[in-house]
Structures are given as C-alpha cells and as structure tokens.
Design a protein around this ligand. Structure first.
Ligand code: ATP
Ligand code: MG
Length: 576
C-alpha cells in the first residue's frame, strides 16, 4: 500500500469527546470515524486489525471443534417472548417495527435464535454435542456509550453456543472454550485474567469473564484477586470472608430507646455524635429496582453492591433512589424523614433485603423515619420485615479471600470475553429438546461464549501505546512495516525504498510505502501514531549503503543494509 493512496485521515488533535487512550488514538490516527453516538465507521486500517483478530478467533474456534455460521441480525419478538427476555432484557434491546407492524429487535446477542435453530435441527442425541459460532455486528442501546470502541452501541462480537446432553459434557466444553479464549487473547498480544462474574442479562449459573488488566479509566470493572491462591472475581460477583468487628453495642446502650440525634445526616456524623464505631449502625438505603423501591440494610461500615442486590430480588434494572423518590416514599408511608434517618420499620409492602453483615448485629442503632432521631440499642427482633439475609456487600481491597483467607487486592479490567454455562435456561422455556438413547425428550444443556472483537482491538491499544501513539502487537497490526523515504525527490532513496517495498510484498510482509511529499518529521509522527511495529527509514545514509530499521515496541534502532533489513523482517514476520 502506498501511503499517498491509503484512505485515512489523521487528525492534529485528539477528538474532544474522547476520554480514554484507545478512543483518542484510534480516532486521531484515522482508524475510526464516528457516525453517531456509539456507532463508528471502521476505516481501512481498522478493518484490517479487526479482520486479523477475527481470523485468530476463527482459527482457534475451529481448532477447538466449533463450526462457523451466520445468523440474522434482525430478530422477531416472538422468539424473545418464548425465552421470557422480551420484557426482561431492558432498554438495551433496540425494538422496532416493520411495515406490517411486526415487532422485531436488533440482535444484541443470539441465544433465542440459536436455540430455535437447534430445536429445528438437533432432534437426536446422535447429533450432539455441537458448538456453533458466528462473527457479526451486534446492537445494544447502551445507556452510556463511551470510550470509542470499548463501549459502542453497534460493535462486532464473536458469539458461540454449545449444545450438550449432560452437565459433564457442558463442563468439558466450557473448559475447552476457556482454553481457546486464553490462546486467542495471547495470540492477540493481550494476556487476560479469567475471573468469576455475574451472568447478567444472558443468565445461567456459572460464568467467567476474560479481563485485560489495566490501571486506567478504560477498565470499567473492578477485579478482586488473591495473590496467594487463584481466586479472582468481578466486583459484581466477588465475595469475601468478614473481618471480625465490634457488632454488639451492649456496652453503649443499656436498653432500646429513641434518642435525639440532631443533624446526623451521614454515618460519620452519627457515629461521632453517639461516640460509637460505624459497625454498630445499621444503614438503610433506598434503591429503585424495576421501578419499585427496595430497602437494602447493611452494616454501616460496608457498601452495597447493586448487581448483587438486584439479583437478590430477581430484578433487571437497579439504581439508587433520588432524594425526590425518597421523599415520595416517605410521604406515601406517612413519614417526613430526610435521608440519613430512613429506617426499615413501617414500610409495609416494600421489599427489605438485609446483607449478611446485619445478621450478627446486636444492640445497634437504626433510623426510624423521624428526622433527627434514631433508635439505639435495637435488635433484629425489632425489625420483623426483613425478607431475607443475603450477601449484597461490595467487597473492598483488604477484605479476606473467600478461598484462603489472605487479603484480597483490587485492580481494574476491561472485559474482552465472557463464557457462560446456560444449562437449560433457554432450552426449557423454548421447548428445545432432543430424543435421548431411550427415546425420551430432554432439553439441551447449553453454554454460550462471547468475545468483543472491536473491544479487543481497543483493549490492545490500551495495553500497547506510548505518548506518540499505538504500538500494535505484530499479530494484529494493520500493516507490519512502513518504509519511509526521507526525501521522495532523491532518486536513490526512492529506488531503494521501492525495491525493498517490492521484495517485502513478494515475501508476504504487509508493508506501506510512505511516498508522500511531506517532511520526514511528519511521516515519522504518523508512523508512530498509526503504530506500525517496524519502520525502515531510507535517508542520506543510503549513500553509504545502509538504512535505519526501528522497532516500535522497544524503540530500538539498527543500521542495516537494505537486503538485510528485508531478510530480517521476513524472518520475524513470516516465519512466525
Ligand atoms: P459489559 O458488561 O461490558 O456491558 P456484557 O457483559 O454485557 O458487557 P456480554 O453479553 O458478555 O457483554 O457480551 C460478550 C462480549 O461482547 C463482552 O465480553 C465484550 O467484549 C463485548 N461487548 C459487550 N458490550 C459491548 C459494547 N457495548 N461495546 C463493545 N463490546 C461489547
Ligand atoms: Mg459479559
């Protein structure tokens, strides 16, 4: 490819809406061009990267015994009603109508379609197991599309679905996929951590995410892990052993009574006022889950993990209540307390979930829905409306590992892949069954396995860059090499550059010749920004018969004869 012909537009500045490195660099280097919120054109450079990732994914999925197919992007409502997800999926599902008023959606994932396909084709145990995958654009109407390709609305995903006749079969395939995923991400130059996770809208019981570890904003997930054993989990799923704490307030409160606690709006103010540790305060938080208020009770030194709370009530959408909503709830129940004084009693008809930390509390302090007052010396028998005690606690760094008891650490991660054991979550409601050896009908035992292709590309930029631009791993770089003649009017420089270009092309190296009539500095800047793994500069030293050979990753530079440079590149790139 000649640089003068490449369909690319590099920008002088980072786009103003770009917050993370990958978005900034991919936009500035001309890889992506935004069409509308969360929707991007993949320019030729980007498309080459994406195809390389796709091909690695294809090779490893094929090696693992999966078969590629392609399912439709537009899906009928009826199948989503069969699975029960038409309502349950929430606003991310982009719903639309065709000219005959038939209701459809844009595919955010394909469990319904593959299950219906399996149901039609896989009639006998003899046809099982099977694992089918596709690579395709998905659409999710994300509440906050951001970070460029990391969280788009339209994005490219590889999604695979396995059908088995037993849990053992699924376990085996799950492990097979986990191994394939590790290989895929390693080949993309992206080491990942496999962590336990919540199953979210896809559902099922067991799931793991593949995280690219990063300490930047781009890592939207907190990952808790243990250095002493192999425990690691997304914060939405992480659990920990409780460190012992003072949870009996008997020495502070001789009896249960209502005390004036003026202006104690925060836990800190309240514990200071009463001269007690926060572990003796039961905190009451109001959440809105699927449009209804839910109270979460937790020991006040701990925080609530929203996904765990949502799962505890079987909801699909969770958020903390606004002050207006709290006021409304208070009015409805006949109270006028302000936040800081809310409590669980007198809340008939409202679901109340308590964290496990609450179970051990005795003679504690709790809000009673009266501003500037609290009940002290309270006990759980005073709060009969608690529906359930479940772990809804957000783990913190330093909490103890649930497996080995050592302190947990925290880091941030970008989720590039996710594998799920679905079991019969889709096959049962959709009546997707086969005949077993004894002629009995059984639902398939299913798994599903996703990789964000476009997110993986962006995660690679997050992991491989410096202040000058991208440093693509060779395996997914759009081109391997750029040849930069310093002065295109110099006949010898151009001759050598062209000659090397032809030789590299012939040997299968993907090469760009920067034949633009620009200053060398401009070309070097673009080369660094675009992130070619290797740069060969043909300048004045060609009069002594040598060129500069530079490695983007390390910044190392060598002086080589042109043929030696060609040979070296061919050895490194093609022999690999
Ligand atoms: P997230 O938690 O980041 O919203 P998810 O868990 O909902 O993602 P999955 O349903 O597990 O996503 O989809 C499989 C893979 O698709 C993810 O691991 C991720 O790599 C990719 N992916 C999901 N949502 C997006 C998105 N909005 N933009 C780009 N890639 C995405
Ligand atoms: Mg996921």
């Amino acid at each position: 490819m000649k640089m003068s012909k490449l369909f690319v537009q590099t920008l002088r500045e980072f786009p103003s809406d770009a917050e993370v490195v990958s978005h900034k660099m991919l936009a500035r280097a001309g890889y992506i061009k935004k069409l509308t919120s969360g929707v991007y054109n993949y320019m030729p450079l980007m498309w080459r990267v994406l195809k390389k990732i796709e091909n690695i994914v294809r090779e490893e999925m094929d090696n693992a015994g999966a078969q590629e197919l392609l399912m439709p992007f537009v899906q009928p409502k009826e199948l989503w009603e069969e699975s029960g997800r038409w309502e349950a999926y929430g606003k991310e599902l982009m719903r639309l109508k065709d000219r005959h008023d038939r209701v459809m959606c844009l595919g955010p994932t394909h469990e319904e379609i593959i299950t219906a396909l399996g149901r039609d084709v896989l009639k006998s145990y003899k046809q099982l197991p099977v694992n089918l995958y596709q690579i395709q654009s998905k659409f999710r109407d994300e509440v906050r599309p951001r970070y460029g390709l990391l969280r788009g609305r339209e994005f490219i995903m590889k999604d695979a679905y396995s059908f088995d006749t037993s849990q053992e079969g699924l376990d085996k395939e799950y492990e097979n996929m986990a191994q394939a995923y590790t290989k895929i991400f390693n080949r993309c130059g992206l080491p990942t951590k496999m962590v336990q996770s919540d199953s979210g809208a896809i559902g099922g019981s067991v799931s793991h995410e593949f995280m690219v570890i990063t300490d930047t904003d781009a890592g939207e997930n907190d990952v808790f892990y243990c250095d002493d054993c192999d425990y690691s989990a997304n914060s939405n799923h992480a659990v920990s052993k409780l460190v012992s704490a003072e949870t009996d307030g008997a020495k502070y409160f001789a009896k249960a009574e209502i005390l004036d606690t003026p202006n104690t709006h925060s836990i800190e103010e309240l514990s200071k006022f009463l001269k007690i540790p926060s572990t003796l305060i039961l905190k009451t938080l109001v959440y809105i889950i699927d449009k209804k208020p839910v109270l979460a009770l937790i020991r006040a030194d701990k925080a609530v993990e929203e996904t765990k709370l949502m799962n505890a009530v079987g909801g699909i959408e969770v958020r903390i209540a606004s002050s207006a909503e709290i006021a409304e709830l208070m009015a409805e129940k006949g109270f006028d307390a302000v936040p800081g004084f809310i409590g669980p009693n007198g809340m008939d008809g409202i679901r109340i979930i308590a964290d496990e930390t609450v179970r051990d509390m005795k003679n504690f302090v709790v809000g009673i829905n009266q501003t500037d007052k609290h009940l002290v010396g309270a006990n759980l028998s005073d709060i009969p409306a608690i529906e359930n005690y479940v772990d809804i606690r957000l783990v913190e760094a330093g909490d103890l590992c649930p497996q080995c008891g050592k302190p947990l650490k925290v880091t941030r991660g970008i989720e590039v892949g996710n594998i799920f054991q679905l079991g019969t979550k889709y096959s049962e409601p959709m009546k997707a069954v086969y005949l077993d050896e004894n002629g009995k009908t059984k639902p398939y035992i299913m798994g599903c396995y996703g990789i964000g292709i476009s997110r993986t590309a962006a995660a690679a930029v997050e992991a491989h860059h410096d202040e000058h631009g991208i440093k693509w791993p060779v395996s997914i770089a759009p081109y391997h090499v750029v040849i930069v003649p310093v002065n295109i009017k110099d006949e010898l420089q151009m001759k050598v550059a062209n000659d090397m270009y032809e030789k590299l092309l012939k040997s299968g190296v993907e090469v760009v010749l920067d034949d633009r009539d620009e200053r060398a500095g401009v070309k070097f800047k673009d080369a660094d920004l675009i992130g070619f793994p290797f740069r060969v500069t043909v300048g004045k030293t060609i009069n002594e018969g040598v060129v500069e050979y530079k490695i983007r990753e390390t910044g190392e530079s060598l002086t080589l004869k042109p043929d030696d440079a060609v040979q070296r590149l061919t050895d490194i790139i093609i022999a690999k």
